[in-house]
Design a binder for this molecule. Structure first.
Ligand code: AMP
Length: 290
């Protein structure tokens, strides 16, 4: 496994492997890796001859007052995890390398980026789309492997790849969870062990929402949302729900009448557990009953 810090070197390496006919897979991350990231690397390993993991805490996707400065970082630990997962190259640039010069270009995927996470984190998805576009141009992958945990990010990046004709296939892998259901996240390191137990309620209310829709056949989304919020406040009164929204998985448009909806439903949520902001979602197929 090699660590590459320069954009030009990474591009040369990718060009070389493309010329030799190898498939290249990219797993973009912000580091402080956990089993969720490892699952993406293993999935990439199965699909491609060359696996590149990028580790870059991207400043442009953090808003003012967010946790860019304190985001956990441990390159040595991460590099061991990558090596064990069979990664060939870690792309590990400094911020100055990624944003040298006076960049005047950014990518905004309109409309989708303003919803859900975007309404709490203005500009976040412009930061994400722009850095991922740069990573695609730097690593030139045939596939990019992303986690279902960040459902809105996946919708935004899928649209960007389609709209801008990037020659990369997006592969979405399942969310990896702790035994109690809490979605693994680098930010879980901010939680106390009590908060980690408490935060398991978030996955619980996602599953409850799904069962209200698929088993109880509740068609009014506002009833599902109200019941889910009620369950959370009785189970975990210290957790503050920021949103719990039921949408389609293409435009992230809220679904009002669930009985009439055909396709993939996403229930997404964000919540504050102490000072830590957590997101999660559940995605399932739904057939209209009318
Ligand atoms: P991050 O390092 O948090 O920016 O995440 C990098 C990639 O890992 C993204 O595609 C995430 O969706 C994915 N990821 C993060 N947590 C998980 C998880 N628990 N299970 C699966 N994938 C994940």
């Amino acid at each position: 496994m090699k660590v590459v810090k320069e954009i030009s070197s990474m591009q040369e390496i990718s060009d070389y492997y493309r010329c030799t006919g190898k498939k290249i897979a990219l797993v973009p991350t912000m580091g402080y890796l956990h089993e969720g990231h490892t699952s993406l690397m293993l999935n990439a390993r199965e699909r491609a001859g060359i696996v590149i993991t990028s580790i870059f805490v991207n400043p442009t996707q953090f808003g003012k007052g967010e946790d860019f400065g304190k985001y956990p970082r441990d390159f040595l630990r991460d590099s061991h995890i990558c090596e064990k997962a069979g990664v060939d190259f870690i792309f590990y640039p400094e911020v100055d390398e990624m944003y040298k010069g006076n960049a005047l270009t950014a990518i905004t995927v309109n409309k989708i980026s303003d919803k859900l996470e975007g309404s709490f984190r203005p500009g976040h998805f412009t930061g994400v789309a722009t850095v991922v576009a740069k990573l695609l141009n730097i690593t030139k992958p045939h596939t990019i492997h992303l986690g279902s945990k960040d459902a809105q990010q996946n919708v935004v990046l899928k649209k960007m790849i389609a709209d801008l004709n990037f020659d990369t296939e997006l592969v979405v892998c399942p969310t990896i969870r702790e035994d109690n259901g809490l979605a693994m996240s680098s930010r879980n390191t901010y939680l106390t062990s009590e908060q980690k137990e408490d935060a398991a309620s978030l996955y619980f209310i996602l599953k409850e929402g799904r069962s209200m829709i698929t088993e109880d056949k509740i068609s009014d989304a506002s009833i599902v949302k109200a019941k889910a919020a009620e369950i959370l406040s009785s189970l975990s009164p210290d957790i503050q729900l920021q949103y719990y929204e039921i949408t389609d998985n293409e435009e992230l448009e809220p679904i009002g009448d669930l009985a009439k909806f055909n396709g993939e439903i996403v229930i997404s949520l964000a919540a504050k557990c102490g000072t830590t902001r957590l997101i999660d979602n559940i995605i399932f197929e739904h057939n209209s009953v009318t």
